[in-house]
Design a protein around this ligand. Structure first.
Ligand code: TMP
Length: 244
């Protein structure tokens, strides 16, 4: 929008930001930093994760990560937890003009249940249209890296792997490809981060994203970043991402 916006008088528009990537991409360690920076700039930020984010959602998470189940049960439980999360936290926060920063959302179901598990795409689309018609994140940071690097990171934590982390490399190849396809379908929403780099290097870029984001009050994002690219075939430094 061309109209000047005055921060003192104009209510800050809510923003919905999600982080995505295969297990071991290193996104979780970056989320806290982004949330801290946003809060330091006076934003009211709701930080959450999926599956989870509510008392019921966290119980569903325990089942999803540890109990064997049919792949369609898994997909529907992901969306059941999401329905609860939207109703109890995401929708009220956005309605109040707050920012929501979430570790995973529906792109993860597309990547893991459609890409990884092979669930029919139209079943996913039906669930998405049922649970959050018309709502998508404003910005999705997709941490992209080869599964073998991610698997080594997961193994290095020494923690017992969950149902998803126990999957093999070909599963994560499909998950990664599905994420990249999802990004290709909505390039204005996605920012693909080269997650092979060190946490410190990624963090510098992520802080750049945040600084630019928080400076924006109008209808357009405009940010310039190095090492962030729109699609896997086009890894140019300094890509200008013009979001809407
Ligand atoms: P997390 O470890 O990043 O918190 O995510 C938990 C696991 O759940 C992760 O392996 C990805 C998986 N997952 C899905 O398979 N589908 C989904 O819709 C979501 C939100 C997560």
């Amino acid at each position: 929008g061309g109209r000047p916006v005055h921060p003192e008088t104009q209510p800050v528009k809510s923003r919905f930001i999600t982080f995505e990537g295969i297990d071991g991409a290193g996104k979780s360690s970056q989320i806290d930093a982004v949330v801290s920076l946003l809060r330091a700039q006076g934003r009211v930020v709701e930080q959450s994760r999926e599956p989870g984010g509510t008392a019921l959602g966290e119980r569903l998470r325990e089942l999803l990560l540890h109990e064997a189940m049919h792949l369609e049960t898994e997909a529907m439980l992901m969306f059941a937890a999401r329905r609860e999360h939207l109703a109890a936290r995401i929708e009220p926060a956005l309605a109040a003009g707050h920012w929501v920063v979430c570790d995973r959302f529906s792109d993860a179901t597309f990547a893991y249940q459609v890409g990884g598990r092979g669930l029919a795409r139209d079943k996913f689309e039906a669930l998405e249209a049922w649970v959050h018609p018309g709502l998508q994140p404003d910005l999705t940071l997709l941490f992209d890296l080869p599964p073998e690097i991610a698997a080594a990171r997961v193994a290095a934590t020494g923690a017992a792997p969950d149902r998803f982390e126990r999957e093999q490399r070909d599963f994560f190849e499909r998950v990664r490809a599905a994420y990249l396809e999802r990004a290709r379908l909505d390039p204005a929403r996605f920012c693909i981060v080269d997650a092979t780099r060190s946490p410190a290097s990624i963090r510098a870029d992520i802080e750049g994203v945040e600084t630019e984001l928080s400076a924006l009050m109008g209808s357009r994002w405009n940010w310039r970043l190095s090492h962030v690219y729109l699609d896997a075939e086009n890894k140019t430094d300094g890509t200008m991402l013009d979001n809407r």
